[in-house]
Design a protein around this ligand. Structure first.
Ligand code: ZN
Length: 430
């Protein structure tokens, strides 16, 4: 941990960037497929900045640098030559379910990591760090310090404390002995925050700051009102008592925060990350199971992903990048070459598809896009006896087809030789 440096200075991140570059230099001597590179990014490059990110808010300049490193490694690998980046980075750093490669978005990851401190603050009462922070900033309630408003010497906790609203929104209180939970202020009841649900009654009660332990008695709730109730208020109070009447009583353990996003109520950085990601985008249909969950090797998955994104280097995509050529399908020569033509509609490719379809006696209208084809293939195979085998057929067709084309070598997508690959696909996996 850097001591004495300002938490907002870029220098404290230099070590992380250097480490990433060193790792890369070592990998550059190896020959890796896209699948291999993706694995290294997700396992190693994503993990390197974790320690720093769990304390300091990551700066946009640092994100840019780290993204450039990860991006170049994904698309260029060990090559010194510049290669095309086939899919937009924004789209690469989303979940596989939503159409990305599952590479972590650093801004979300950094927030999720820092949220962990807020979570720990809520229950690590005996630990020194909590007592120091708690004494310095004073308690807002049983779970958090007051908001940090002073501008001096507080930047570390301030940037963490800023995320509290997000944590609070996604957690509720699980009542144990009732000592920490404020009856009105904390969200502990399944219906929600009682102050917001019953503002009229909240205004009627005598001590609004009381904890559950202070109000609960062995005979039930003991509320004290400021004055006698009017006739029209009695019904409302009855309704309120009915709602809170299902309370099960106090338990032996301490009250604790309960994270809504997990079945055990425990905060997980990964779950918090997904939560933030979910808010940012939603893609309607993406055949992620067919791409990532089949029994196919990782590099083949990556290749199918590129096809589904319609981003493989077919001639139309080459031309989009400003290279002039006369686009003709390299198999049939009859029409311009696009991903969907080459892998679905080309008359030679169609023959491959038909082989498998006729084996199962399925009639099939070829869909327009790869994503649709993957989806309807899955649906067509619902009744198939061996669904895992069924699922890998489209991938196999694409691999056989793709391996014929010379650009796979230059893109380092499928690093084995085409003939070997076809043989292995056809013999061992089908
Ligand atoms: Zn063709």
């Amino acid at each position: 941990m850097p001591l004495g440096a300002k938490s907002k200075s870029i220098e404290i991140w230099n070590g992380v960037i250097e480490k990433c570059e060193k790792k890369l230099a070592r990998w550059k001597t190896q020959h890796l497929s896209m699948g291999g590179r993706l694995t290294l990014i997700n396992s190693v490059l994503n993990a390197l900045p974790t320690y720093m990110m769990s304390l300091f808010p990551i700066l946009s300049g640092v994100i840019k640098k780290l993204d450039r490193i990860r991006r170049n490694f994904l698309w260029q690998g060990n090559s010194e030559k510049k290669r095309f980046h086939l899919v937009k980075w924004e789209s690469v750093v989303t979940r596989k379910k939503n159409g990305g490669l599952g590479i972590k978005k650093l801004i979300f990851q950094s927030e999720a990591l820092r949220m962990k401190w807020l979570w720990r603050y809520s229950f690590e009462d005996q630990l020194m760090w909590k007592r120091v922070v708690g004494a310095k900033y004073e308690a807002e309630d049983s779970w958090m310090t007051k908001d940090v408003t002073s501008p001096y010497g507080v930047s570390l906790w301030r940037s963490i404390r800023e995320l509290w609203e997000e944590v609070k929104l996604n957690s509720k209180v699980k009542v144990g002995n009732g000592n920490k939970t404020k009856f009105w202020k904390d969200e502990w009841h399944e219906s929600g925050n009682l102050e917001l649900l019953f503002p009229d009654i909240y205004n009627l009660v005598l001590s609004q700051q009381r904890t559950i332990a202070e109000i609960w008695t062995t005979q039930g709730w003991n509320f004290q009102f400021r004055r006698h109730l009017n006739d029209w208020e009695v019904m409302r109070v009855a309704e309120f008592l009915n709602i809170v009447g299902n309370f099960n009583g106090l338990q032996a353990e301490e009250d604790a925060l309960w994270w809504k996003g997990s079945s055990k109520g425990i905060f997980k950085v990964g779950a918090a990350y997904r939560l933030m990601e979910q808010r940012s985008q939603q893609i309607p249909i993406w055949p992620w199971r067919q791409i990532w969950k089949g029994r196919i090797s990782y590099k083949v998955s990556c290749f199918i992903w590129l096809l589904a994104k319609e981003a493989a280097l077919t001639q139309d995509n080459v031309m989009k990048r400003g290279i002039t050529l006369c686009s003709r399908c390299f198999l049939c020569g009859e029409t311009s070459e696009t991903v969907n033509h080459l892998f679905l509609h080309c008359k030679f490719t169609q023959q491959l598809w038909r082989v498998f379809l006729s084996l199962k006696g399925i009639s099939w209208a070829m869909p327009r896009r790869i994503t649709e084809a993957l989806k309807s293939w899955e649906e067509a195979g619902v009744l198939a006896k061996d669904r895992t085998r069924w699922r890998i057929i489209p991938a196999s067709i694409c691999v056989v087809n793709g391996a014929l084309k010379p650009w796979n070598k230059t893109q380092n997508m499928l690093s084995a030789s085409p003939r070997l690959l076809c043989a292995s696909v056809l013999s061992s996996r089908l």
